[in-house]
Ligand binder design. Structure first.
Ligand code: DGJ
Length: 712
């Protein structure tokens, strides 16, 4: 990790195999000349030569000479793509030319190299602070703060921060989705034009771009150079990939602002979301930088991730002390460590049509409060967790009846309902204070170790005081979470949003887990969890073992497929265990015991995904940081068209080390065992295992075999 500044104002930041060369010459906003593979320790003249070698002088339009594209691209530089800043004072000052007043580079104690640039456009009377970081893990992050320095208001319509990608990146990958099918990948060609992914849901969204990746032709899990951006924002946002005849390519992101949503008075500032960039060879390398950066954060959960019993698919709204204590008993018997009481415990909430907002324990269902259940659960040695949906209100609630003006709306009408609910306007100070007070009171009265924080609708017509309100709402939610965490520092919070519709790095700065999807069908989860893991490390991804028949799809799977799928995450159980027979409970206990045994590995190691040519077969796993231990899942998702399966590689092992490779119980029952599938397994070098591969165990579709590799 080094930062070198050269007299010509070329800055070279290096960390973990990544180089970032930033041109600060000429007094204009920083331009990134190279983001990608480490180019070595170049001295000043070598770097100056590199700049000359990289100089682009387009032959022709749009302007005479070079178009210098800053991280916040400006039309004044001759850039005619999507502008970095869109805004005006009622039409005036629509185009900016920022001049750099000062900049400095510092290295934070965690190794992050941070460039801070102070710039201003005196004619437009705007000031800009740009922060560009290269973290110790080689992740790039950018944020901008724009300040109005004049009396007349400046309306911000959009602020976009970008990173350049070279012309060799010819393919794009991003994500879409729907309820119970989040983060579905889509590949397109990266051609001239703009691929713009806009999200107007008022929450991160099932169908968010998530990570927008550009890569060399055919890039895959382990091959091809890839550059990816993530716009870390839980409200409306956009991510784009843009290429034109005079610029090889940009990836960018920012908040999506409504008309009139941000108006800056004199001295007021707008702060953009952080936009992250990760480069690597293969998607695993790109993901690895996100994971290792997240793991290095001080607030990252470091205690073993407790096995969770969630009551939702076990009892839904049928809250009954006897039934729930019996469920807790069964959960404790199989090894659960946390018991989460889901929706249905408060006010008149007997179904999903009413009472959101009435955050008082239902006297009808819980005459003695939650105390008898909490005492029972904690008496069994389990932590108690509680479901809440603080940002929502049902029109059929005491809260809505008392404060009909506390909802996001346009003045003349209420938004259309979704799941019978409206959104509480947290930018109304009294509404915010009420919710903070209710949550604080619950966390004070009960020994609650965990909140499952839900958010079950998109924001539609979400106005505050007649103007768009999503920006203010998003900030208010962040404030609320921050305030609660500072009052109750021991409480962990899960970000849930009708499943996985709020999964982003900004919500995860103040939460400890995401609920990846309401779909716990293990077949669907193969995809949902695989792609969630492109950004989020496994220990933060909630993954539950459901009942034999998946509630969301009706598919039936045996326990081993369900458990081996949920194992690669933060494991939980969401199943009415009183329906399970003794054999099933014993099998479940064995899987939970395995999870406890390997969670240290899974939650600190490197996630790897093999590139397998047969679409019916998949291999993924986790390799310890010292590469001494690894666990792999060999998954048959479908019936192969070949009777002889291809050899499968076990990626990420130390090529020079010898490994003992063997089946891992209880995931060792396969349909057609290869010769090496014995309890002793085989001894083979990492180079062979990761590079050439071995015969895959033969399995019926929708089965998983677990393979353990330990260094001899
Ligand atoms: C949606 C969540 O994703 C589910 O897990 C459950 O908590 C329900 N909401 C409860 O209403």
């Amino acid at each position: 990790m080094t930062a070198a500044i050269h007299p010509s104002e070329l800055l070279h930041l290096r960390a973990a195999g990544v180089s970032l060369v930033v041109d600060l010459g000429g007094g204009t906003l920083p331009r990134i000349l190279h983001w990608g593979a480490d180019i070595g320790d170049l001295d000043g003249s070598a770097l100056e030569s590199a700049r000359l070698a990289w100089d682009v002088v387009p032959h022709g339009f749009p302007v005479d000479g070079q178009v210098e594209v800053a991280v916040l691209p400006q039309e004044s530089a001759g850039f005619l793509g999507t502008p970095g800043l869109v805004g005006s004072r009622a039409g005036q000052d629509f185009s900016t030319l920022f001049a750099v007043r000062s900049w400095d580079v510092e290295t934070a104690p965690d190794g992050t190299q941070r460039l801070t640039v102070h710039a201003a456009d005196d004619a437009a009377r705007l000031a800009l602070v740009l922060v560009l970081e290269l973290t110790a893990q080689g992740l790039v992050r950018q944020q901008a703060v724009l300040t109005n320095e004049a009396d007349d208001a400046f309306g911000v319509d959009g602020l976009l921060l970008t990173l350049p990608v070279p012309a060799v990146a010819t393919e794009l990958l991003d994500f879409t989705g729907r309820w119970a099918r989040e983060r579905s990948p889509q590949r397109t060609a990266f051609t001239h034009g703009t691929r713009l992914r806009e999200n107007r849901r008022g929450r991160t969204g099932y169908d968010a771009a998530f990570v927008l990746v550009a890569g060399t032709a055919g890039f895959a899990n382990r091959t091809g150079e890839v550059w990816g951006v993530h716009t870390a924002w839980s409200g409306n946002h956009r991510s784009l990939a843009e290429r034109s005849h005079y610029h090889p390519g940009l990836l960018g992101g920012g908040e999506l602002l409504g008309s009139g949503e941000v108006r800056l008075g004199r001295g007021e500032s707008y702060t953009s979301p952080w936009v992250y960039g990760s480069w690597g060879v293969g998607l695993d390398a790109l993901a690895g930088r996100f994971h290792s950066w997240m793991r290095a954060r001080p607030q990252h959960p470091r205690s073993p991730r407790p096995v969770t019993l969630n009551t939702w698919e076990a009892v839904y709204f049928q809250h009954d002390l006897g039934r729930l204590t019996a469920l807790a008993d069964a959960a404790a018997e199989v090894g659960a460590e946390r018991f989460v009481l889901d929706d249905g415990w408060f006010g008149g909430r007997r179904d999903d049509s009413r009472a959101l907002g009435d955050w008082y324990v239902s006297a009808e269902v819980w005459p003695d409060g939650l105390h008898p259940l909490v005492q029972h659960v904690t008496g069994l040695g389990l932590q108690f967790g509680l479901w809440v949906e603080p940002e929502m209100v049902n029109p059929d609630s005491d809260l809505a009846r008392a404060h009909p003006d506390w909802m996001l709306r346009v003045p003349s009408r209420l938004p259309r309902e979704a799941r019978h609910q409206q959104v509480l306007d947290l930018a109304v100070p009294e509404a915010y204070a009420y919710i903070l007070d209710r949550l604080d009171a619950l966390l004070t009265e009960y020994p609650i170790g965990y909140l499952k924080w839900d958010h079950n609708r998109d924001l539609v017509d979400a106005g505050h005081g007649g103007a768009p309100g999503v920006h203010g709402q998003t900030l208010a939610v962040y404030r609320l979470l921050d305030e609660l965490r500072s009052r109750h520092p021991g409480v962990e919070i899960e970000s849930c949003s009708s499943g996985g519709a709020r999964v982003d790095l900004e919500i995860l700065q103040r939460t400890d887990r995401v609920w990846a999807s309401d779909c716990i069908d293990a077949y669907e989860r193969q995809q949902i969890q695989r792609w969630t893991n492109l950004l989020i490390p496994l220990e933060l991804v909630g993954a539950h073992i459901g009942s034999g028949t998946a509630h969301s799809t009706g598919r039936r799977h045996d326990l081993s497929f369900r458990a081996a799928t949920a194992l690669f995450g933060h494991l939980g159980v969401e199943w009415d265990l009183q329906e399970a027979d003794e054999t099933q409970r014993a099998d479940l206990a064995a899987w939970i015991a395995l999870y406890k045994d390997v969670r240290g590995l899974l939650h600190s190691g490197t996630a790897v995904h093999a590139d397998v040519v047969d679409p019916a077969l998949a291999v993924h796993g986790v390799v310890a940081q010292d590469r001494g231990d690894a666990l792999f899942a060999v998954t048959m998702t479908d019936r192969s068209t070949s009777t002889a399966l291809p050899r499968v590689t076990l990626p990420g092992l130390d090529p020079d080390a010898l490994y003992n490779v063997r089946p891992q119980a209880p995931g060792d029952r396969v349909d057609h065992a290869p010769a090496w599938w014995t309890s002793d397994g085989v001894r083979l070098p990492g180079r062979l295992l990761s590079g050439v591969g071995i015969e895959a165990p033969g399995q019926l579709p929708e089965r998983i075999a677990l393979v353990r590799a330990t260094r001899v």
